[in-house]
Design a protein. Sequence first.
Length: 372
Amino acid sequence: MWSPDPGQVAASEGRAPGVDDVWLTTSRLVLRRPRADDLDDYIRLHTDPRTYRHKPASMPSPARCEERLAHDLASWQGEGVGYVAVQARDSGRVIGWAGLRVERDYGPAHLNLYFRLGAESHGLGYGREIARALVAWAAEHRPDLPVTAMVAPVNAASLATCRAAGLFEVGRRVHPLYPDDEPDVLLALPAVRVVRHLDEELREELLDLWVAVNASGGAVGFVGSAPRQQVAARLDAHAASLVAGESVLGVMRDPDGVLRGMGFWHRVDRLPLSRTATLLRCMVDPKVRGRNLGRVLVAGLVAVVRAELPDVEVLRLDYRSGTGVGRLYESCGWSEVGRIPRSLWLGGDDYRDDVEMARRVDGGPLVFDGRH
């Protein structure tokens, strides 16, 4: 993960985030933990009527802003997660407030996705950038809690942002603080869960997914569309590895239970490879491509390793060049560690590189020992 240069992101007010303050970064933004001296920026952002045009009655007073900032500080102290200040990397200016907060007052515990940007920052894609990064973090680091969002039905921009981040509409809910308003749209993020037994129904679901990915041009062990029986034979080999205890299967389902993604972790439980696991057959339903679900799946699969393979320290994968998936894995903390040029032949004059990537389970930097 990028480490901020305090000089690069120094705020015009002279309040640069320290390295320890930074929670997440995106290509253009720094999301840092809140501080007591954020109150002026908090009031500026949260008392601007332009940012509450869809729910003007919910705009807080300055006194209420002070209470809410104190609540945000307490959330970080008590839960290790919460709402944060959003700073532009080029100027250091606080342009919004966003984050994930553990909510227990409105039903079962969940992480509430929140983002509010200053009016001058609307229309620049910042909301999508923030929301995508936040839900990926949740999938990797807090798989114990579902991620939800509540959005006013007239707020088309926020609804589009949530959907682009990977959330699905699951119904309507009256906000307990604003019971007279039209019920909000309730959205939820798909969950990645471990599957210990591959029964016939799940086998067919996985097979349908794999065949659909191949037909859409995906590169998951085959070149182009492959006969279903060929794919089935490969899947059955993975199922045997699952039974033998050599693999772990993670599947991603949307809130309606529809299978949206899968991936196998393969581990060789002997020296010298017992501290590594290899990601195989990672794929997402082509019907939901472009909705951040590849990133959610990969992040959720890392959480699977933490829970199921606690001795594993390093993760590996390889892919064929020309698919664009390297950028996806980079966004999830992976680094390219090797490339064999033109070693994969797809037919005719189509040669591709075989690319290897890796990351540490704990997200720390990869450091080569330098020995030959």
